[in-house]
Design a protein around this ligand. Structure first.
Ligand code: SF4
Length: 331
């Protein structure tokens, strides 16, 4: 990712990573801001500028380091080195508050975040799993900062338990030769090729994601597969049938042995509808009134019977084509 403009908190330049980024992107304009969380100039921009704003980078210092308990594949969601992302998945749950938190924000105080992580891991009487990628895509971020490679080695050396993160990107090369000591659980998120092309704008193609997952398994990482989010648009059965057939054909035997599967059905919101209709007027419409229902505060999810049908179909296909890979949850 090469940003076209950078907004930064001046305090970020007191950190080694802040200085490094200043040097790396010295040829783009840098604008100081008081708070990375509230940039008036960006908030005031209209929704149709959404994709232009995605090319900006925000650099700051992360203040809140509060962990949130979690019960899916981790014990805690950990605020980590970035938030937001330069891709433009039409359903992205980070697009929570119009122009506040969609673009990529980098936090330069990584040593502080790592110290906290190691301390929490070591103080526990059992091995904990920390989800460090719930606010951004760390494989993508790594291409800008190198933070993920740095994190894997530090945590493997001094931590206890596991770190985990999901991704929709294939750029795993810098992670392959690292001494991860099996303390890292890599989770690749997949969707049918047509959904990636039309909905997950700016992310890696399916074939590249599957290859990256095979490479990570060959490099000895623990690994999972996320089918997420399941988008039940027109033709969904044929699309997911093809996806699972491709997974069966292209995943390596080692990957098939290692993997576990998570399945997450898409949720959508009033905010997404507002932004997408102005920013991407020709894109597919993800809100379908006949299939979706309200779920409080402007959110939508698939109706129970629709979702149940989707789950049944996916479980059948996975069991038929991928055998006994465990499905750890479906939501
Ligand atoms: S890759 Fe992830 S973080 Fe980035 S836009 Fe897509 S869903 Fe959001």
């Amino acid at each position: 990712m090469k940003p076209d403009m950078i907004f930064y908190e001046p305090a970020a330049l007191n950190y080694a990573l802040g200085k490094e980024l200043r040097e790396k992107f010295s040829d783009v304009p840098w604008t100081p801001v008081e708070n990375h969380n509230n940039i008036g100039e960006l908030r005031a921009r209209p929704n149709r500028d959404f994709s232009k704003m995605k090319r900006h980078l925000i650099i700051g210092v992360r203040k809140s380091l509060r962990y949130t308990p979690n019960r899916k594949v981790s014990d805690f969601l950990v605020p980590y080195t970035s938030s937001g992302c330069s891709a433009m998945c039409l359903y992205c749950y980070l697009v929570c508050n119009y122009n506040k938190c969609a673009y990529m924000r980098l936090f330069v105080n990584r040593e502080q975040m790592m110290d906290r992580l190691i301390k929490t891991a070591r103080q526990s009487d059992r091995e904990l799993t920390f989800e460090i990628g719930s606010n951004s895509d760390l494989v993508l971020e790594n291409t800008v900062t190198g933070n993920l490679a740095w994190t894997v080695e530090r945590f493997a050396e001094a931590g206890r338990g596991f770190i985990t993160f999901p991704t929709k990107f294939h750029m795993v090369e810098p992670l392959l030769g690292l001494a991860h000591r099996k303390r890292v659980i890599f989770r690749m998120s997949v969707n049918p090729e047509e959904i990636i092309r039309k909905v997950e704008l700016g992310t890696s193609p399916l074939g590249a994601r599957i290859k990256a997952l095979n490479l990570m398994c060959d490099a000895g990482y623990r690994a999972g597969l996320l089918i997420a989010p399941v988008v039940m648009g027109e033709n969904w059965r044929a699309l997911y049938d093809r996806l699972i057939t491709r997974l069966a054909d292209e995943l390596s035997p080692k990957a098939k042995e290692e993997l576990f599967i998570e399945i997450i059905f898409m949720t959508y919101s009033y905010v997404h509808r507002a932004i997408n209709s102005e920013a991407f007027p020709n894109a597919v419409r993800l809100y379908d009134r006949s299939l979706m229902t309200g779920r409080g505060r402007g959110k939508y999810c698939y109706r129970n019977e629709t979702r149940a049908e989707g789950e049944r179909f996916l479980r059948e296909q996975l069991s038929e084509k991928l055998g006994n890979i465990p499905i750890v949850y479906v939501v």
